[in-house]
Write a protein that binds this ligand. Structure first.
Ligand SMILES: [Cu+2]
Length: 106
């Protein structure tokens, strides 16, 4: 009986988590992050998809990560979730003029 109750509680928590934690897609095309500014909630995941024909890029949160991340080649993706509120700017390592911003709210 207790196991059953526990399972039900876990299921409810799982459903709630899946409802509230979103995935937001940012496309990388023609050396732009589209959209360049997104606002998400704590716990959400951002997925960057490189939809270029040939060009590789990366997503570098310099305030969070010291080393330059790996390149994302066409048809590849990179994802990151955000566990705290804040304004997180990022850029592309090979193309510093490519810039984006993730605003994380509660
Ligand atoms: Cu780039």
């Amino acid at each position: 009986m207790l196991m059953k109750k526990l399972l039900v509680i876990m299921l409810i928590l799982f459903i709630q988590f899946s409802v509230y934690a979103k995935e937001v897609v940012v496309e990388i095309y023609k050396k732009n992050f589209i959209p360049a500014h997104i606002t998400i909630n704590v716990g959400d995941t951002v997925i960057w998809k490189n939809i270029e024909k040939r060009q590789y890029h990366n997503v570098w949160f310099k305030q969070l990560v010291k080393e330059e991340p790996v390149y994302i080649f066409p048809n590849e993706r990179y994802q990151r979730s955000f566990s705290g509120v804040g304004e997180f700017t990022y850029e592309c390592g090979p193309h510093p003029k490519m810039q984006g911003l993730v605003t994380v709210i509660e």
